[in-house]
Design a protein around this ligand. Structure first.
Ligand code: PLP
Length: 405
């Protein structure tokens, strides 16, 4: 079955509007994707029919909200093929998931002099939490570089691992270069040396089938707002055996078993890592987003986005002065580029006036910009609802903007 973007677009009324009197072209799904009516409807239903705080009450609405919340945990487990729902922790987003692991794994497993390997193509949220932890623990961050095509230099990885290395942190898909990293291969290298693997899946989960066990990820993180779900919700998958050894990240309600002034015992997994009232509506909305993704078919989404990527890349390459960053053979639907002599910010601002939403700047990945010696790029990113016709409308708009400089 092929994906029909025309039909899909009917689920996204937000895309059917004009911006500055021009039909909106939304090429910024890597920053945040739009939400279909099905997700909006689920949230409306909770707000109007059965909102209540979860886990703690006996009344009907709290019970129903709890059931939906826990059903979503099972949907996430199944989506990524985790072994058990005890391994699925709801967070605010990828950023909080990384911070949770950096802090808690750091407390449990990192001592002064230990090393963490972080790839050069990471989003700041998969760099800074490790730096904070390293600062606290007296550990060291070691960088795994990428080449000019935007592919990790995996041949260098074994040489970077020492007996001090405890963990490797890497993106499944780069938010700037689009590179799909060979996570299973990295996991094999890491595990052969007793090193754990943290995978940032923020740009993968909405584009590719993800199987955390097949990938060999010890931890895997993603955000609902990049997969057609609500903002303010994310997931951390962690291997049970590791999560069990890690201390709670935050204290509060729900994460405890018994509280005494003489000492507190903690709840079982995953609740040990979910202190306080979570984003109930958001998590249930994520459940609806997963249903939506599965209904469309992740393989179908992947085929559709790959076709857009290929088409747009070929057309863009014909523009004089065009430089595309990220030329990996295995790439997802993200194109970062610059046009010689024009600042990315100016390009993005003028495209906006033509109804086209792209991202400009460093994309929270300063080290990638430093690698190429540039201040920023224009980034177009595709989602389930984008069409070839939008690319056809984008190209003359881009050429017009270029001609104005
Ligand atoms: N990691 C990657 C690869 C991303 O692209 C992003 C967001 O752009 C993040 C992490 C941070 O996600 P969030 O802001 O949802 O926590």
């Amino acid at each position: 079955m092929n994906l029909d973007p025309i039909k899909i677009r009917q689920d996204f009324p937000i895309l059917q509007q004009k911006i500055y009197n021009k039909p909106l072209i939304y090429f910024d799904s890597a920053a945040s994707s739009q939400r279909p009516l099905q997700v909006q409807e689920k949230i409306r239903q909770i707000d109007q029919e059965y909102y209540g705080n979860i886990h703690r009450a006996v009344h009907y609405m709290a019970d129903k909200a709890t059931a939906d919340y826990e059903t979503t945990r099972e949907k996430v487990r199944s989506l990524i093929n985790a072994g058990t729902t005890a391994e699925i922790i709801f967070t605010k987003g990828t950023t909080e998931s990384v911070n949770l692991v950096a802090w808690s794994f750091g407390e449990a497993f990192i001592s002064a002099g230990d090393e963490i390997i972080v790839s050069e193509m990471e989003h700041h949220s998969n760099i800074v939490p490790w730096q904070l932890m390293a600062g606290r623990k007296g550990a060291k961050i070691v960088m795994l570089p990428f080449n000019n095509k935007g592919e990790l230099e995996l041949d260098k990885l074994p040489g970077l691992i020492s007996e001090k290395t405890k963990l490797i942190a890497v993106a499944h898909v780069s938010n700037v270069l689009g590179t799909v990293n060979p996570v299973a291969e990295i996991a094999a290298i890491a595990h052969a040396r007793g090193v754990k693997l943290f995978v940032d899946g923020a740009q993968a989960i909405q584009h590719l089938p993800v199987d955390v066990q097949a990938l060999g990820a010890d931890f895997y993180a993603f955000s609902a707002h990049k997969m057609y779900g609500p903002n303010g919700v994310g997931v951390l998958y962690g291997r049970k055996e590791l999560l069990e050894q890690m201390p709670p990240y935050q204290g509060g309600g729900e994460m405890i078993s018994e509280v005494r002034f003489s000492g507190t015992t903690f709840n079982e997994l995953p609740y040990k890592f979910e202190a306080g009232t979570p984003n109930i509506t958001g998590v249930i909305g994520l459940g609806a987003a997963i249903d939506y993704l599965l209904e469309a078919g992740i393989e179908n989404i992947s085929v559709h986005e790959q076709a857009l990527l290929k088409y747009a890349t070929e057309k863009l390459m014909q523009i004089p002065g065009m430089k595309i960053y990220g030329e990996s053979k295995n790439k997802s639907g993200v194109i970062s580029f610059n046009v010689e002599g024009i600042h990315s910010f100016d390009l993005g601002t003028m495209l906006d006036k033509m109804g086209i939403a792209v991202r400009t700047g460093h994309h929270c990945a300063d080290p990638v910009m430093q690698h190429f010696g540039i201040p920023g790029t224009v980034r177009m990113s595709f989602g389930i609802y984008n069409t070839r016709e939008e690319i056809d409308a984008f190209l003359p708009a881009l050429k017009k903007v270029i001609s104005l400089f």
